[in-house]
Design a binder for this molecule. Structure first.
Ligand SMILES: NC(=O)c1ccc[n+]([C@@H]2O[C@H](COP(=O)([O-])OP(=O)(O)OC[C@H]3O[C@@H](n4cnc5c(N)ncnc54)[C@H](O)[C@@H]3O)[C@@H](O)[C@H]2O)c1
Length: 424
């Protein structure tokens, strides 16, 4: 036994003297393993600290926003994670809790679908003003490049002609999903396309938000309440919608879009926000889109009779576009999913509205009555208690203040175009 052990030791010694490396690897495997672990841990710590410093270096050498630092991110790292790295690095140097001078709030990259439209273009203005980078995706069905012309030279602004019915790959922090024709004239023009936009378009944009970890805001509508049996409408009211009517492509389309948003939220943890928008008016609305305010204003400016459908006793509430944009941004930045009614609770009959327009633009304008359209709701007025309480939001611009701002824009577009067309 003793001789065996001695022999073994001698052979190991011989092996060590002859092939030292082989001896170490074969006989001291545990020691090798431990040394390996120690080396990798040290290497990882060094690489980590170098990458945090390079993130900070990118921030400090004068890039004007944290999103510029995302050069270091790869498409595999969602931007939000990049921010967390940056924030973490900032926390390390801000151990005293004081924000060093010159450090700006992080800027976001925001996708606005339907951004060339009426509401979308005003939203883009506010986001750019805030310092965010904005990407607009629009198929220009009802939107116009002219609505965004003033941003074309801004490097923080990008625009793509794209139909949301097809998927698109973009890396963004927030998605405002507005793409959808909003006026009855436009959404009834091709109802199948309207419902495709609402269902497939929303699915595609939710898929994008899920992939990159972006927050997603859906612009739904008061039309989800249909011809409401409850007045004013609260968010908990489920609505009274005709599923087979001529407006269903829009009403039911938006209801499905809300369902999809909630299912992505509950099942796939996408951060969603839902706004139910009530009638909104303001500059850049399509001139002849059949919506009541744009109709009346265009008719009065052209000195034509104002057409009132039905007996004119149907009521609507009208919110000025800047109020809506403020509400959408508060909703996106806040902690509540919604749905939230965003509208002005001031209620007007169609006849009252026609009289305000008459008074503001052309007091001699006649009022003509026509047969009402199918499924036109009788009453619409938002209960905005929830938005007031949880978003601290309520409209501030009255119809009498907002209307003249819209009239200036319409006058310029109608008579500017007429001058152009007549070669003046
Ligand atoms: N304005 C309102 O009173 C009101 C009321 C309720 C809800 N909303 C909702 O707000 C959003 C914006 O409405 P708006 O008044 O600005 O309407 P709008 O028609 O002016 O804008 C919609 C935009 O979406 C684009 N678009 C339409 N289909 C598209 C598609 N398949 N792919 C890509 N782009 C597409 C249009 O070209 C347009 O630029 C809509 O989702 C609408 O349903 C608006």
């Amino acid at each position: 036994m003793e001789t065996e052990r001695k022999k073994d030791m001698l052979s190991k010694k011989g092996l060590f003297l002859k092939y030292p490396m082989n001896y170490v690897f074969e006989e001291q495997r545990m020691v090798c393993l431990l040394i390996g672990i120690a080396i990798s841990t040290a290497a990882f710590a060094v690489v980590n600290s170098v990458s945090s410093q390079s993130l900070l270096a990118g921030y400090k050498i004068g890039s004007d926003s944290i999103s510029d630092v995302s050069v270091v991110s790869t498409s595999l790292i969602p931007r939000r994670i990049t921010y967390e790295l940056v924030d973490e690095a900032n926390r390390n140097i801000n151990a005293g809790g004081k924000v060093p001078l010159g450090l700006k709030k992080k800027k976001l990259r925001v996708l606005v679908t339907g951004g060339a439209g009426f509401v979308g273009s005003h939203l883009v203005d506010r986001l750019i003003e805030r310092g965010d980078s904005v990407i607009v995706v629009d198929n220009f069905f009802t939107g116009r490049k002219e609505n965004l012309l003033h941003h074309f030279r801004n490097p923080k602004f990008e625009m793509a002609r794209h139909d949301v019915v097809e998927p698109i790959l973009l890396e963004v922090d927030q998605v405002y999903h507005l793409a959808c024709p909003a006026s009855p004239v436009h959404y009834k023009f091709n109802p199948v396309k309207t419902i495709k936009t609402n269902v497939m378009g929303t699915l595609n944009m939710l898929g994008l938000a899920k992939r990159v970890g972006a927050r997603f805001l859906l612009t739904s509508t008061s039309e989800v309440y249909g011809d409401p049996l409850q007045h004013p409408q609260v968010e908990t009211y489920w609505g009274n919608v005709n599923p087979i009517g001529v407006r269903s492509c829009y009403d039911e389309g938006k209801r499905t879009a809300e369902t999809l948003a909630m299912d992505y939220h509950r099942g796939l943890n996408v951060e969603v926000r839902i706004a139910r928008i009530f009638n909104t008016y303001g500059p850049r609305m399509c001139i002849d889109d059949g919506r009541v305010v744009s109709n009346f204003v265009a008719q009065a400016l052209r000195k034509q009779p104002l057409t009132v459908y039905g007996d004119g006793k149907q009521t609507r509430s009208f919110q000025y576009v800047s109020d809506l944009v403020e509400g959408l941004m508060r909703l996106m930045e806040g902690d509540h999913v919604g749905p939230f009614n965003l509208g002005n609770p001031g209620e007007f009959t169609m006849l009252e509205l026609a009289k305000v327009v008459q008074k503001t633009i052309y007091p001699n304008a006649k009022i003509e009555f026509r047969a009402n359209t199918e499924d036109d709701p009788h009453k619409r007025k938002p209960d905005i208690s929830k938005a007031k309480q949880l978003l601290g939001w309520e409209p501030t611009v009255s119809l009498r203040q907002g209307l003249p701002r819209m009239v200036d824009d319409f006058r310029q577009r109608i008579f500017g175009n007429e001058k152009l067309n007549s070669g003046i």
